[in-house]
Design a binder for this molecule. Structure first.
Ligand code: ZN
Length: 272
């Protein structure tokens, strides 16, 4: 099989993970900018992280013949400091020229605070000004429904943002219909404990349709599984899905969304 990992925090993963993903059929990996597990002290910490995402990590992935792409932003958790957030956002326009940058993300909300919302709106403006794709993180657990509503309103308030160029990630049963009915793409995250399991993800696909849906592992420094996407393919096979249906969800769908940025390429499209 072949699949795309559209959301993996590879700077936190080992080379064994790269090897396992490629062996399982991964043909491209995309890495949104996010929280490092600790708060960075100043804009220089972010600048170094952005260089890691745009220079070092693609070289590391290339050792496994895996194309690596990234998204840039200051994550919602660190957006509470609006002075720092403004400084970090001002770094981004120059870095959009780096050849593996796909857009602005993962922006969004964490605790749905006023400052987070302010910085979310600035990121949306940045994406509109530079005609960038957008990847959005939605809050956890009890904050998710309210946060998703706030995020959708902020996106809809912007006339130059079209929903087919925005993916709202970490949807669950109670937020997927809101996102899809509004014309946005939806991402389901497969986590060993929270978020969704393979079975819940397939149930959601059966309920809401697979047209604008992608699955990801969001593997990072916490308890997560970089092979969650191909393991879901196994679960789909158990339920009787054809190889074509699996390819459609795990390869064609992310390819269709991500190819809106012409930089995006997969290993199978590059090989002779
Ligand atoms: Zn993430």
């Amino acid at each position: 099989m072949r699949y795309i990992e559209p959301h993996g925090h590879m700077v936190s993963r080992t080379t064994d993970d790269y090897q396992a993903m490629v062996t399982a059929g991964c043909v491209a990996v995309c890495e949104p900018a996010f929280w490092a597990g600790y708060d960075r002290k100043n804009k220089h910490g972010f600048f170094d992280y952005f260089l890691q995402l745009t220079e070092y990590e693609p070289r590391r992935a290339n050792k496994y013949l895996l194309p690596h792409f990234c998204w840039l932003c200051i994550n919602p958790k660190e957006s509470e400091d609006t002075v720092l957030a403004d400084e970090v956002i001002s770094l981004i326009p120059d870095l959009l020229a780096k050849p593996n940058v796909l857009g602005i993300g993962e922006i969004g909300l964490n605790k749905n605070s006023r400052n987070e919302l302010l910085i979310l709106e600035k990121h949306i403006q940045l994406a509109a000004d530079h005609n960038q794709l957008v990847l959005v993180h939605t809050p956890h657990l009890e904050d998710k429904l309210k946060g998703t509503r706030l995020i959708l309103d902020a996106l809809r308030n912007h006339s130059r943002i079209t929903p087919d160029r925005v993916i709202i990630d970490h949807v669950e049963e109670h937020t997927a219909p809101l996102v899809l009915d509004a014309g946005f793409w939806a991402g389901i995250t497969l986590y060993p404990e929270s978020k969704a399991t393979p079975n819940r993800a397939i149930d959601m696909m059966e309920l809401y349709g697979s047209e604008r849906l992608w699955l990801n592992s969001a593997c990072d420094w916490g308890h997560s599984d970089p092979l969650a996407v191909p393991k879901t393919a196994l679960e789909m096979r158990r339920r009787g899905y054809s190889a074509a249906a699996i390819d459609n969800l795990l390869y064609q769908n992310p390819l269709r969304f991500l190819s809106q940025n012409p930089r995006f390429k997969t290993a199978d499209s590059l090989s002779p």
